[in-house]
Design a protein around this ligand. Sequence first.
Ligand SMILES: [Cu+2]
Length: 121
Amino acid sequence: MHPARFAAVAAALTLTACAGGGPGGQSSRASVPAPSEPNQVVIYDYKFYPPTLTVPVGTTVSWINHDTAPHTATHRSYTVEPFDTGELPNGQVYRHTFQTAGSYAYICIYHQGMQGTIVVQ
Ligand SMILES: [Cu+2]
């Protein structure tokens, strides 16, 4: 339909990818927004970035939602390190401090193809 428009979008994606992680992360950017704090998982375009985050014991990990759709980061466990952001609206941040080493897989309960893992060591 509009090949010029597609070309422009592709060029913008390439440029922002090459530019790397600058400050800010405004919504006009075509690439994944930069984290707003250390050890943060960015929820963007129905994915968790990075999909696997490795941190030392005692680290506070946060999730921020940059999609207009609400998401969750949910790890159901009756024993070790349960966490659940609940419904996380756009722009909201949830934090969890990991006290136990392990590998914690989590999903978005609304979009179960969204999967991430926090590795605590
Ligand atoms: Cu989701």
